[in-house]
Design a protein. Sequence first.
Length: 152
Amino acid sequence: MTCKRLSFKQDSIALVYDFDGTLSPQPMQEYTVLPKINIPPHEFWAEVTKQSKELGEEPMLTYMRLLHEKADNNHVHIGRDEFKRLGKHVQYFQGVETWFGRMNEFVRNEGGGRIKLRHYIISAGLREILEGVSIKKHFANIFASEYHYVPF
């Protein structure tokens, strides 16, 4: 039995990733902002769940509001630059940091250099944190939640 080699018909491939639980074992906030404001993750997420159910809120918006409130209550300023700086603390699943190079090489070899591979993130996590992760350079674009900052 002979194996017929499949050929690429398209010239672009997009790999789209969530972040928390896909590239990183824990939610990004647990490596970054929650330790900064000294809030145990299990307590924070339990409060998010409780408030979103009681108030009929979208859990993603509840966590973003609570994160901001808790930082203010603890007198900790966390803005765009600080979130980005904290992104360097995010940990990844084993193999993630070499995944992108391996996939790029595979597609380049199998596609004879004719195929463009692009990596993207679509996440409910914070874009500001994702801007600071060590693997950011591999993404063509990041689509994630972000706060609105008003210039002073």
